[in-house]
Design a protein around this ligand. Structure first.
Ligand SMILES: C[S@@+](CC[C@H](N)C(=O)[O-])C[C@H]1O[C@@H](n2cnc3c(N)ncnc32)[C@H](O)[C@@H]1O
Length: 284
């Protein structure tokens, strides 16, 4: 079988399963199997696949037909312009979470006193997407990243090594802010926030393959956020900042929760590109 034939067959199978963008998925799968770029793929249309390459391609196509997300199949996801290793132990980082990274960098550059070393905590780090992006963008910062899941932290560790920030990112296993050794200047958190009743309505790709510990936020979706706010006073310096991602339609409820814990805090909601409030910034 040649590259051209493999592309055609793969596209046909993916399309028959009603998966969107079958051409691009077929290209990605074939590039991954052959270990080549898209440009190389199209420059060698008559290259003949070896029997091992055909078996590997067939196996990956089967996984995709079972609706496993491409990011898990390719073991890779791009976030904030950086390539991250991912597997089924971690949530696939979402583009909307880049908003938290942008706001955190802005706080570091505009609102944090020059000459002091910024200490940041990424709570519920998963793949390490936020922590690693911040470590790359803020080379002077000290970063802690916590997660309740030891297997997620293994993925985060691989990403810290891959991007050579393992000396500046300390990974800690435990409940929310509890493992932090002391107060920090900024807490950034994308915690599970899906309401129990909404879990069933998520797509098959998410429900079957992404970890429930990364999604389920309890009855109103705010269990982890509530617990984090409860722990916060001991763990953030006065004048410090909390940046929280929230689910669509949750901003108002989270703002009133924050007000009940910190009546004096300054708060602002941050909309994404479609105008939906996706993050809340709190100055304590
Ligand atoms: C929505 S995912 C976010 C992952 C990553 N920060 C991102 O933005 O892609 C939430 C993460 O919080 C972790 N988590 C859930 N409960 C936790 C808890 N009580 N303490 C620490 N981490 C927790 C999950 O294991 C998961 O990795």
């Amino acid at each position: 079988m040649t590259v051209n034939q493999a592309l055609y067959l793969t596209k046909h199978k993916v399309s028959a399963a009603n998966i969107e963008q079958p051409s691009s998925e077929a290209e990605l799968l074939l590039c991954y199997v052959l270990g080549i770029s898209k440009a190389e793929l199209y420059s060698e249309p008559e290259r003949v696949l070896s029997p091992a390459e055909i078996r590997k391609l067939q196996h990956l196509v089967q996984r995709r037909l079972h609706l496993e997300p491409m990011a898990y199949i390719l073991e890779c996801c791009e976030f904030y312009g950086i390539g991250f290793y991912v597997n089924q132990d971690v949530l696939i980082p979402r583009p909307e979470t880049e908003l938290l990274v942008e706001e955190a960098i802005e706080f570091a550059h505009q609102d944090f006193p020059l000459g002091r070393q910024l200490i940041v905590a990424d709570i519920g780090t998963g793949s390490g997407a936020i922590a690693v992006s911040l470590a790359v963008a803020l080379p002077q910062a000290v970063i802690y990243a916590t997660d309740i899941s030891a297997s997620a932290l293994r993925v985060a560790r691989a990403n810290c090594r891959r991007h050579k920030v393992d000396e500046r990112v300390t990974l800690l296993c435990g409940n929310l802010l509890e493992p932090l050794p002391g107060p920090v200047d900024m807490v950034v958190a994308n915690l599970p926030y899906v309401r129990s009743c909404e879990l069933k309505t998520l797509s098959q790709e998410i429900v079957t393959f992404e970890p429930m510990t990364a999604l389920a936020g309890g009855e109103d979706g705010l269990d982890r956020i509530r617990a984090l706010l409860h722990q916060l006073p001991e763990k953030v310096y006065a004048g410090g900042c909390l940046l929280l991602e929230v689910g669509q339609g949750q901003a108002e409820a989270v703002r009133s929760l924050i007000s009940s814990y910190f009546p004096q805090a300054n708060m602002s909601s941050i909309p994404d590109l479609s105008g939906i409030d996706r993050a809340i910034k709190v100055t304590l």
